[in-house]
Design a protein around this ligand. Structure first.
Ligand code: AQP
Length: 337
C-alpha cells in the first residue's frame, strides 16, 4: 500500500457541481468534512465528471466548478490542510475507472438505487455514464488509498460497492487498495425535501424543494413557511408517520444542538408555523457567515485558480503512485522496456 502519514487516516469525498449546493449537502457532508480536517489527511474533490451523467450547460458547469470550490472554503475547509481539487484535472480518475470497470459486474450496477432513481427522473437520457457512475466513484476513492469516506446516507450503497471492488481486485493482485469505510453522520445523514419529505433533498430537484446554502434569508423563510408537514398539529419526532415535521426537527437539532425531547416540550401546544420560523432562524444564522465568506473568496479569481492548480498537483502526485502500482500488478506494458 502507499506510504502515508502513519498517524493520520486518509479521507476522500466528492461533491457534484450539478447545482447550487443545498442544506442537505451542508448538513450531510460539508459539516463533517470541516470537523474532520484536523484529524486526517483529506482530499475533497469537485466531481465534475460525475455531473456529466446529466446534461449540463457548459458555461454553467464551468462556473459551478469554481463556485463549488469557493463554497468548500467558505464553509471552513482550509486549502493548506486539505487537498481541494477538480476531478477532471486528474485524468487518473477516468483511467482507473476503466480498469475497475473490468472488475465490476452488470448485476451489481443494476442494483444501485441511485441509478434506478435517476433513470426514472431522466428517462430521455439513460446513458452508460449514469450506469457506471459507481465505478468512477470507486476509482475516486481507491486512487488515494482512502481509509474513510464521509458521505450522506444516500451514498452508502455506492461505497459498499467500492469496498467490494477493492477486495475483489486485492484478491487477484495482492494488497493494492485500502478497503475504505463510510463515515456517515448519525443525525442529518438524509435531509429530506421540504416539498416532499419522503424524498431526499437534492440540488437538481425543483427549487422550492431545497434550501440552497446561498439562499437569501427572505428566500429561506419563504421556502420554509411552505414546507410540507401534516395535519395533526403536534411537534413530535416520528420520521415514519410525520416525515415533514421530523425533518424540520432534525435540521433544528443539527444546527442548534437542541435535543428532540427539548424541542418537543418547548413546542407543545404551539403550531408548526412557529417551528418553521425557528428552523428558518437557525438556517439563516448558520448560512449567513458562509454566504459572506463565499462572496469574498469568489471575487478573488487568482486565489481560486491557485488553489485549483495546487490541489490538482498534489492529488496527481498521489494518484500517480497508485496508477504505477496498478499498471505493474495488472501487467500493462511498461513505458520503458
Ligand atoms: N439530502 C441530503 N442529506 C444528507 N446528505 C446529502 N448529500 C446529498 N444530499 C443529501 C451528501 O452530499 C454529498 C455530495 O453529494 P453530491 O452532490 O455528490 O451528490 P448527491 O448525493 O447526488 O447530491 P444531490 O444534491 O442529490 O445531487 P444531484 O441532485 O445532482 O444528484 C454526498 O456525500 C451526499 O451523500
Amino acid at each position: 500500500m502507499q506510504e502515508q502519514n502513519e498517524s493520520k487516516k486518509r479521507i476522500f469525498s466528492g461533491i457534484q457541481p450539478s447545482g447550487i449546493l443545498t442544506l442537505g449537502n451542508y448538513i450531510g457532508a460539508l459539516r463533517s468534512w470541516v470537523q474532520l480536517q484536523d484529524e486526517a489527511e483529506n482530499l475533497y474533490c469537485v466531481v465534475d465528471l460525475h455531473a456529466l451523467t446529466v446534461r449540463q450547460d457548459p458555461a454553467t458547469l464551468r462556473r459551478r466548478c469554481t463556485d463549488t470550490l469557493a463554497l468548500l472554503m467558505a464553509v471552513g475547509l482550509d486549502p493548506q490542510k486539505n487537498i481541494l481539487f477538480c476531478q477532471s484535472h486528474v485524468p487518473a480518475h477516468s483511467e482507473l475507472s476503466w480498469l475497475l470497470g473490468c472488475f465490476t459486474y452488470i448485476g451489481e450496477l443494476s442494483r444501485m438505487t441511485q441509478f434506478k432513481d435517476k433513470a426514472q427522473r431522466h428517462a430521455d437520457n439513460i446513458n452508460a455514464g449514469l450506469y457506471t457512475y459507481p465505478v468512477l466513484m470507486a476509482a475516486d476513492i481507491l486512487l488515494y488509498n482512502t481509509d474513510l469516506v464521509p458521505v450522506g446516507d444516500d451514498q452508502k450503497q455506492h461505497l459498499e460497492l467500492a469496498r467490494d471492488i477493492a477486495i475483489r481486485f486485492n484478491n487477484v493482485y495482492g494488497p493494492v487498495f485500502t478497503v475504505p469505510d463510510a463515515y456517515i453522520p448519525k443525525i442529518g445523514a438524509r435531509v429530506m425535501s421540504i416539498t416532499d419529505p419522503t424524498r431526499k433533498m437534492s440540488k437538481s430537484d425543483e427549487e422550492a424543494s431545497y434550501i440552497a446554502i446561498l439562499d437569501e434569508p427572505d428566500v429561506i423563510r419563504r421556502k420554509l413557511r411552505r414546507a410540507v408537514t401534516d395535519s395533526d398539529g403536534q411537534v413530535r419526532y416520528d420520521p415514519e408517520n410525520k416525515p415533514g415535521v421530523s425533518n424540520l426537527m432534525s435540521i433544528l437539532y443539527v444546527l442548534t444542538g437542541e435535543s428532540f425531547d427539548a424541542i418537543e416540550s418547548r413546542f407543545a401546544g404551539r403550531g408548526y408555523g412557529e417551528l418553521k420560523n425557528e428552523v428558518a432562524d437557525a438556517c439563516v444564522a448558520a448560512l449567513s457567515p458562509v454566504q459572506a465568506e463565499f462572496k469574498r473568496i469568489q471575487a478573488d479569481k487568482a486565489f481560486l485558480e491557485g488553489v485549483m492548480r495546487s490541489g490538482a498537483e498534489r492529488a496527481s502526485a498521489l494518484a500517480g503512485r497508485t496508477m504505477s502500482k496498478v499498471h505493474r500488478k495488472m501487467g500493462l506494458a511498461p513505458y520503458k522496456l
